[in-house]
Structures are given as C-alpha cells and as structure tokens.
Design a protein around this ligand. Structure first.
Ligand code: EPU
Length: 435
C-alpha cells in the first residue's frame, strides 16, 4: 500500500489550536537500539516512537539473532542471547541509513560485520568513507565488493585509535563511541558531532559501566571497558527536537494558540531565536513551547531571515525544508544555504508549483521572496523531512492537496495525521493499491 494524505488547507488562516505532544526522537532511539550489542544483559528503552525506522532497526537486530521484544506500547527490551550472525539483512539495511550505526557495535563485539551500502532518504550521496577509514585505524580489514562491505578484525578485537573526522558526522561519532567502548585501549574522536543525542547516549552508557569523556564537545575520549551491564537501568529516548521544531513552524504559520508539550526547548534554541527575531510570539517553559496570541499576527508582518544549516547547535538541516515553507509566507527576501547535504533543496521545485517564489542559485542555495499565496497541488513526498514540509505547505495553502508516498513521513513521524487532526488540521490518510 502506498498511502496518501489529503489535506484541506486553511488558505492562510491561523485557526489551529490546542496542544500537541512531541514523541521520542528517531535519531536518538536508533543508536540506542544499536547500543544493545554492547550489553551483557537486557537493555530496556522507553519513550520509543512508533515509526517505521524503529521497525526496520528491530528487523535488523532480529536478523542478527538478537531478541527484540516490545514489552508495552513505547518500551522495547533488547537482549543478545547468543553468538549472532554478523551479516545484515539486505532489505532492511538498504532502506535504513541508520543501519550503519550497527556496524560499530557488531564489529567490536563479534569481530566481523557484512552489510550492503546503507539506504535511506535521497538527500545527497551519503558516503560511508569516514566509517571505513575509522575501522581501519582501529585495526580492521575492509573488503568491498560491488555494493557490499565485509569488515573483519584480527583476533576478534578492535584496538583504540585517534580518529579525526574530516567531516562532522552524527552517526560516525555515535558508531565509534560505541565501538571504542568494546575496543582494547583508548580511542580519541576529534571533530566529533555535538548533537544532544550523542551526549544523552554517552551518559547512559557511562551509567552502565562505559568510560566516555567529552561527549557533547568536539573531542571525545573513550577508554575500552568491555561489555556493559544495564542491571535494570532504562534508556529514555530524548524528545524529538526536529518534530518539536516542525510543530513550532507549523504553529507560527497556522495556529492561533498552540502548546507543544513533552519537548526540550533548549534543543531548538536556534529555531526559537530565529522565529522570535522574525516576529513570532513564542513563550518557552521547561518542557513546553507555546505560540500565543498568534491569530492576531499576520504572517506578512513577520520578517524574512537568512538560514545556513549547520551542525548542532546551529540550524538543523532536518528543519531546513519546513523553514523554507515559513519563508514563503513572510515578508522579504531570504537566502537558504544547505551546507550539510548536496541534494536537500530539490523539493523546492514543488513549492514553486504551489505558487512560491523560489530561485535556485545552485544545488545548495535558494532565494525565497515572500509572501506568496500557496495553492493546493498533488505532491510526491520526496524524503522524510521535505514530506512533512509539504504537509505544512498544504495546511497553509488554499484548497485540497494530495501528498503521495507518505511512507517517507511514516518513517520518522508517528501517526502524524491523528496528532495534527487533534489541533484542527483537516488531514486524512487514503490507502492506495500498489500499481
Ligand atoms: N559524510 C561523509 N562521509 C561519511 C559520513 C558522512 O562525507 O562517511 C558527510 C555526509 O555526506 C554529509 C555530512 O557528512 O554531508 C553529515 O552527515 P552525517 O553523517 O552527520 O549524517 P548522518 O549521520 O547520516 C544524521 C541524521 C540525519 C541528519 C544528519 C545531520 C541519524 C540517523 N540521521 O545523519 O537525519 O540529517 O545527521 O544532522 O541520526 C533525518 O532524520 O531525516 C536525517 C536525515
């Protein structure tokens, strides 16, 4: 089934209201699930979002022979009960970029790993050179045949190494932090990513016996400690900062009064700062964000601003597409520079079809002139984040839009249509038979 969403837009009105809770973060839970391979005993993960990427990761782990149990709605228990198969199931690995995170713990624990080139959203070439180079530095042997990798270690052990990442990478930082925990000796990761999911994972692993220092900074030092023990401790998945940020942008454009709960506002500081500068009335509490009295503000009274995506704590590339939709509605010219992924602005041609004034300067830079009225269209969800940006654009637009291929949206956002309906969005899912 290839589901579609049918959205009846508000035609620029700002009538959404109520509260919407943020779910656990996809990009926090996936590395946490992979970290189960570092444990002697059962790892319990709570606040798990019910999304397809979690199912894919569970499938991969099960394929390795690991036991994955969903013990209640948002709680998983993962146990490595026997020597596992170290070859990744092709289907799931090819669909999930984050399958790469499993390579580190698998290799470090069992001495070998085989996997196809990881798939995921088409937002640029997404190479894995940092991973292959890092494993070699830790003493592994890498064999590449066509689209397949086989990595092995001598005597089933990785050794510590100093790894300088020539590009800042979130998943590479997580992968090597985990692999180094089971390696012999000390590993130093330099130019590491600073995303909050990394420190949260490191803190949890440390509470279970790991020795990781400096997570959340650019230099992380890991002393190999061997297998960890959870002894009943639970990893609680962080709230999804990208979901919180997307709801905030939706609220700024289409809500009178919206309360976003169960989030960590600190993790979206950059977006809050920008939206407030642009004129959006935002109130921040400890674990919630409110857009208040926004019905009185016209979007055209909000100011345009330039955006440059950047590693955390800069402006997240995963919020770039919803922000472009925002910029089509506010007054002035804005330049958006996507610095992380080469192919992540292609969806803008569909916003142009909806009536947006967007000029592509080059594959990584666009200029947006607003405000422009958006008209409903039939759209194909191109990737997870642009897919949700299309939903936001369809809510803002006049008329009935159809967004096809919502598989991409389901990968990362749990039951998004039901949650949006609760704040007043007219959105329905239709089930289409495969052609
Ligand atoms: N890169 C390399 N070589 C590598 C790995 C990465 O050149 O071996 C480059 C990439 O091509 C890119 C840059 O490094 O230009 C940064 O990519 P990074 O590795 O940080 O991305 P990622 O770890 O694959 C994670 C998130 C992405 C998010 C990016 C950037 C997970 C599972 N995925 O991806 O999330 O966009 O960091 O913040 O954590 C999404 O959720 O929609 C998503 C794409």
């Amino acid at each position: 089934m290839k589901d579609s969403f049918i959205v009846t837009g508000l035609g620029g009105k700002k009538t959404l209201s109520g509260s919407i809770a943020v779910r656990g973060a996809k990009n926090a839970v996936l590395p946490a699930m992979a970290s189960a391979l570092l444990f002697k005993d059962t790892l319990t993960i709570t606040n798990v979002p019910l999304i397809q990427d979690v199912d894919r990761m569970a499938e991969l782990l099960t394929g390795l022979g690991v036991t994955v149990e969903k013990t209640s709605t948002r709680r998983y228990q993962i146990t490595v009960t026997k020597a596992v198969n170290t070859s990744f199931a092709t289907g799931a690995a090819e669909q999930l970029r984050a399958s790469i995170i499993l390579t580190g713990p698998t290799l470090a624990r069992f001495g070998s790993v085989s996997f196809p080139h990881p798939g995921g959203c088409v937002i640029g070439p997404r190479p894995i050179d940092l991973f292959l180079d890092g494993f070699k530095k830790m003493g592994a042997h890498v064999k590449i045949t066509k689209n397949h990798y086989r990595i092995t270690t001598k005597e089933k052990k990785l050794h510590g190494a100093t790894i300088f990442f020539r590009v800042i990478s979130v998943t590479a930082t997580e992968t090597f932090m985990m692999a180094a925990t089971l390696a012999e000796g000390k590993t130093v990761l330099k130019n590491a990513a600073l995303e909050p999911e990394i420190k949260h994972l490191a803190d949890f692993l440390n509470s279970c016996g790991a020795n990781i220092k400096g997570a959340g900074t650019a230099t992380i030092e890991i002393e190999g400690t061997g297998l960890l023990q959870a002894q009943g401790k639970k990893y609680t998945t962080l709230p999804d900062r990208i979901e919180a940020g997307s709801f905030l942008i939706l609220g700024a454009l289409s809500a009178d009064d919206l309360l976003i709960t169960d989030c960590n506002p600190e993790h979206v500081s950059m977006l809050i700062e920008l939206l407030q500068f642009s004129g959006v009335p935002i109130e921040v509490e400890k674990s919630s964000i409110r857009i208040k009295n926004n019905g009185k503000k016209r979007n055209r009274d909000f100011k345009a601003l330039n955006i440059r995506t950047h590693e955390y704590p800069g402006f997240a590339t995963d919020l770039q597409a919803p922000m472009v939709v925002y910029l089509t509605q506010v007054t002035g010219q804005a330049v958006v520079f996507e610095t992380i992924f080469e192919g992540r602005l292609q969806y803008t041609s569909d916003l142009v079809r909806m009536g947006a004034d967007i000029t592509m300067w080059d594959p990584q830079r666009v200029m947006i002139t607003g405000p422009r009225t958006l008209r409903s269209r039939e759209l194909e969800g191109p990737d997870l984040r642009a897919g949700l940006a299309f939903v936001i654009a369809a809510i803002v637009a006049k008329g009935r839009s159809v967004i096809n291929n919502v598989y991409y949206i389901d990968r990362g956002y749990e039951s998004i249509e039901e949650r949006l309906q609760n704040i007043g969005v007219s959105i329905e899912r239709t089930k289409n038979k495969e052609m």
